[in-house]
Each structure stands twice: as C-alpha cells, then as structure tokens.
Design a protein around this ligand. Structure first.
Ligand code: KG4
Ligand code: ZN
Length: 294
C-alpha cells in the first residue's frame, strides 16, 4: 500500500490499522488454535511510532484486557525488538548484553545490564540505517521497503567501489546522510561515469554494514559485554548478519529474519518478561510516539 509513495504515509497507516485489527486478531487466534478466553494478558506497543497507528493498537488491547479482566502490558517497541533474540533459541540471556537495534526509525547501540535495564551508548546523528536503505533505494528507483531491494540488487557481490565512512566525535554514534548524498551524486553522474547499479548497491550496503559492525564490536569490547545481539528490520540483511557473526569474538545472537522485521511475537515475548516483573499497565495508559530506550 505504501510502496507507490516510496514511504509510509501516516494517515493511510492508521486507517489500515483500523481495517486490519479484527481480521488479524481473528487470524492469529485461529492459527494458534485458541480463543480470547485462553489468553492470560495482552501486551501492546505504546511507543515509539506513529501516533495514529499506536492508538489503534492500544485501544484494541485495552478493550480486550477490560472485557476479559486480564492484565494489560505496555511495551516499548525497541525493547520488543530486543526480546525477539530470546524467543526461539537459548532462552537464558547473558548480561551485560550489547544490543544493536537497527530499524526504519532507529539505530541504537544499547547496553542491557538486566531485564528492563538499558543504557544507550550510541545512536544515529541523522538517518536511521533502515531509513538510509529506503532513501538510497528510492534514488536508485528501486521499490519500497528499500532494504530487501538493495540486498537483492547487491546479490552478494564484493564491491570494488569503496564509499566513505562517517567520522563522528562520539565513538558509538552513526551517520548515514553523507553516504546517501554520495550515492545521489554518483547516480546523477556528478562524479564521473555512473557505476553499475548492483556495484553501487553492494558498495552502499558494505559501507553501512562496516559502520554498524565496527562500532558494535568496539562498544561490546569497551563495556565487557558477554554477548552481542542484533535486532530490528535491518537485522534481516544477510550481509550484516554474516559480517557481524564473522568478525565478533563474542557470541552473537540474531533472530531469524521474520522475527527481525516488525512482528507481534516480539511484543508478546517482551510483555511476558514485563509481567514477570509485575509491570502491568493501567487501562488509561497513553501512547508515547517519541519513546526512547536507555
Ligand atoms: O523494524 P522494522 O520492521 O520497522 C521499524 O520499526 O522501523 O524495520 C524496517 C526497516 C526498513 O527501513 C527496511 O528497509 C529495513 O528495515 N529492512 C532491511 C531489510 N529488510 C528490512 N534493510 C536491509 N536489508 C534487509 N534485508
Ligand atoms: Zn520495528
């Protein structure tokens, strides 16, 4: 629905949430072979995100919690991404854990010292990594979302072209806007002959992956992390997954791709831990579009 606009249109997203809410709920219950009577608690994302979409989800969750008399749990979307790492394999987390959260809206390096305890070490100074993939895909006239399109076009080639890596004063921060401008100039032929698009896609992907992996591993080493986890939509990227796994001296945990991009299972997983810690939310809990982590 959003592809023809090259990005998410907030009003369309809210309206789509209203239309999809009941059918998605019905489908999920059907596939899990249960009914609302089997549910013990409802976890819902209350932020960060687009206010309209968050409100639709929060109101549906509150309605279920109220009608069934079960607890409501308010989940931070970014914390939800992290909990995807413990959904399927090796359920015991090892702290401190260095988490790289790379999504369409965020690029955060977070040190997790215990359940629910986070310290943000770094973030992006401009575009999020996923946003950079989406914008570069758009200027190369590829589809939306751009991450999978660029990965497909790059096709696993090792690029000869080396694009610049940003230098920042804060050691764990990221910047991708200079890289995006460089790609724009190359595509427009402002720096000589236009490179072949697969080569350019691979060079762009390589530069993003290199920055993410280098800073993540430096932060993990400097903070004596026990393990590294990679989550968020961009964590579905195979070059990023492979490079981090290859270069890391520490154990690396990455959810399978379907649990990296936005999904309800990760919110349920985080909600379960919150509930163990006694963190049920009141029914008048508000949405927090600008919520952060750490
Ligand atoms: O976490 P997510 O599903 O939604 C947000 O919370 O933002 O992340 C979406 C982002 C998009 O920018 C998309 O282009 C990117 O994740 N993405 C990828 C890949 N799959 C999704 N980026 C690079 N390579 C991929 N394979
Ligand atoms: Zn997300």
């Amino acid at each position: 629905m959003h592809a023809r606009y090259g990005g998410v249109v907030p009003e369309l997203a809210s309206r789509q949430h209203v239309e999809a809410m009941i059918p998605v709920l019905d489908e999920a219950l059907k596939r899990a072979a249960c009914t609302l009577r089997d549910i013990d608690a409802v976890a819902v994302t209350t932020g960060p995100g687009l206010a309209g979409a968050l409100l639709v989800g929060a109101n549906a969750a509150k309605a279920i919690a109220y009608a069934r008399g079960i607890p409501l749990v308010a989940v931070n979307h970014l914390e939800g991404h992290i909990y995807a790492a413990w959904l399927e394999d090796a359920p015991e987390p090892r702290f401190p854990t260095l988490c790289l959260i790379v999504s369409g809206g965020h690029t955060d390096l977070v040190l997790m010292t215990d359940h629910g305890r986070y310290r943000r070490l770094g973030e992006t100074a401009d575009d999020a990594a996923g946003e950079a993939f989406d914008k570069v895909a758009r200027l190369m006239e590829l589809g939306f979302p751009g991450g999978p399109e660029i990965e497909r076009l790059a096709g696993g080639i090792a690029p000869a072209l080396r694009l610049p890596r940003a230098k920042l004063s804060r050691p764990y921060d990221f910047s991708f806007s200079g890289l995006k401008t460089k790609v724009l100039r190359l595509v427009r032929g402002q720096e000589g002959p236009v490179p072949a698009l697969p080569e350019l896609a691979a060079a762009f992907q390589d530069a993003v992956v290199d920055a993410l992996v280098t800073k993540t591993l430096a932060a993990a080493r400097d903070h004596a992390a026990a393990e590294v986890i990679l989550v968020g939509g961009v964590a579905a990227n195979s070059a990023l997954r492979q490079t981090l796994t290859k270069r890391s001296p520490l154990p690396v945990r990455i959810p399978r791709p379907a649990l990296c991009t936005d999904n309800g299972a990760m919110i349920a997983a985080c909600g379960w831990w919150c509930l163990q810690a006694g963190q049920a939310a009141p029914l008048d809990a508000d949405v927090q579009p600008g919520l952060r982590i750490g």
